[in-house]
Design a protein. Structure first.
Length: 492
């Protein structure tokens, strides 16, 4: 096994007499197309593994330290629908852990499943805690302490013993990368995965700290090169980010090449502490990480997300874009907030019954953008469409400040603005049929707003208005039910 995320490829030919057509296609997405966050709840520090063709995510439960006494996990066969596995590890199964159980790192070896974790957030060598290792016979656990004490319990080279990542190289040698307080170390793990080895010079710890390292070590291998990733700046603030280095050796040297992931003021802040998913048998890669919603500022207001990670021809990594998409294929509406109406995500659609102005918004703040949605009106009454540059949203027909573009049952597309009242800016004839999907697009750049329906070449409406410059994006109905699908917003 080359690493916890690079495993034997799923056969793409006959499998036990099953035709190749029966093998699911590998998940080849531009982002989490069914929406970020991809699981419910406050979580952080995700690390990943692929076991038997199933993707596993092990995160920190993002709570006050004294409440971080357990670890949950999530698994998926397609990176779309996720199953929660609660309490895969609890402090009850670790005699020395009492709080701050965090940053789990999973890996399998010889049919056993290991989970490395930090506990107690020690601040000096006189305290009990550090990095532990637990083991189980199944990916979902339960995991139990493997050695009855921390594997690493001391500050070495100034590195707080936290935020470990475990990697098995192609030659079978296992390494652990870890550290906080601005210092990173690498150690060898022996074949038992529960004790430390030594380097050729007899040392156990090798410092590998790159420029501006804070914490959150991550290692993976691609095309014979070793990629070391880490998080920069403070985890409680908006500037938390991911940087990386490339080396010809698993022990470095690691010279910073640049940042891979950083906050986007239109999407989310505090994006960091990542791991990397490689779809087995492919060169498809994703970066999994946590981030903070724009409307939240609490230290523990963190959610799990993933986006596509792309490499340049020379092996360097392109900066990652935090994309905003939701096709509702996971049959949930995580990240959406409703204001009136009754909303349900099922059957791969986001559906609402008739209401007078029921809307649902994402926590975004785009200025110049392209917004797409597939809209299926459920009747010939009223209208249904998209909201953008919205603020101060509450329950009520026009209870928000922002714009709305929608298609009407009597065959028109309308554009207007709301400020606890309605002002129509323009309308145009279009063909609208109930229970038929209609593609609606809005392009907003500065004061220019263009609305497309069906034909994405020629706008049906083109106006200039300066009332609202930025805000949230979402969907809305008026006096009709509707289904929404393939929602997306991107910078323009």
């Amino acid at each position: 096994m080359t690493s916890k995320i690079v495993v034997t490829a799923l056969a793409l030919s006959l499998l036990g007499g099953v035709p190749a057509a029966a093998v699911p296609a590998p998940p080849d997405f531009s982002t989490a197309e069914a929406g970020n966050p991809f699981v419910d709840g406050w979580y952080a520090d995700p690390d990943v593994a692929v076991y038997g063709g199933r993707y596993w995510v092990f995160p920190t439960s993002s709570r006050p330290y004294d409440e971080q006494t357990y670890l949950d996990a999530f698994s998926s066969t397609d990176l779309v629908t996720w199953t929660k596995h609660p309490n895969v590890l609890t402090k009850a199964n670790v005699s020395w852990a009492r709080r701050a159980v965090w940053a789990p790192a999973p890996i399998e070896r010889d049919g056993r499943y290991y989970l490395y974790f930090g506990a107690n957030d020690i601040q000096s060598n006189s305290e009990l805690g550090g990095i532990g290792v637990a083991v189980a016979d199944r990916p979902e656990g339960p995991y139990r302490d493997a050695i009855g004490k921390p594997l690493i319990s001391q500050f070495v080279n100034g590195a707080q013993p936290i935020d470990q990542d475990v990697f098995i190289d192609t030659d079978g040698q296992a390494y652990m990368y870890y550290g906080g307080w601005g210092h990173a170390n690498v150690v060898k793990l022996n074949a038992d995965m529960t004790s430390l080895g030594t380097f050729p010079d007899g040392s156990t710890y090798k410092e590998i700290t790159p420029a501006n390292f804070t914490e959150g070590s991550q290692m993976f291998k691609r095309n014979g090169k070793y990629y070391f990733m880490w998080s920069e700046d403070g985890w409680t603030g908006p500037n938390y980010a991911v940087a990386y280095a490339i080396s010809d050796s698993p022990t470095g040297p690691f010279t910073k090449l640049g940042r891979v992931l950083a906050q986007d003021a239109a999407v989310a802040r505090g994006s960091g502490h990542n791991s990397v998913i490689n779809v087995p048998g492919t060169d498809i890669w994703y970066i999994a990480y946590h981030r903070r919603p724009l409307s939240r500022s609490g230290a523990n207001d963190r959610q799990l997300a993933y986006d596509r990670m792309t490499f340049n021809a020379d092996g360097t990594i392109q900066p990652v874009t935090m994309r905003v998409e939701d096709n509702f294929d996971d049959n949930n509406a995580l990240g959406w907030t409703t204001h009136g109406g009754t909303w349900t995500a099922s059957g791969g659609r986001y559906e609402t019954g008739a209401s007078y102005g029921g809307k649902s918004l994402l926590d975004t703040n785009f200025t110049d953008f392209v917004q797409d949605a597939a809209i299926t009106p459920r009747s010939a009454n009223g209208d249904s469409g998209v909201v953008f540059r919205a603020t101060q949203a509450t329950v009520g027909t026009d209870a928000y400040r922002g714009y709305y573009a929608g298609i009407t049952g009597n065959g028109r597309v309308v554009l207007g603005k709301a400020d606890n009242n309605w002002t129509q800016l323009a309308s145009a004839p279009v063909t609208v049929r109930p229970n038929v999907r209609h593609h609606l697009r809005v392009e907003a750049v500065g004061s220019s707003i263009k609305v497309y329906v069906g034909d994405m070449t020629t706008p049906k409406i083109s106006v200039t208005d300066t009332s609202f410059t930025s805000g949230a994006n979402g969907v809305r109905v008026f006096n009709t039910g509707a289904a929404f699908d393939d929602f997306a917003v991107a910078h323009r």
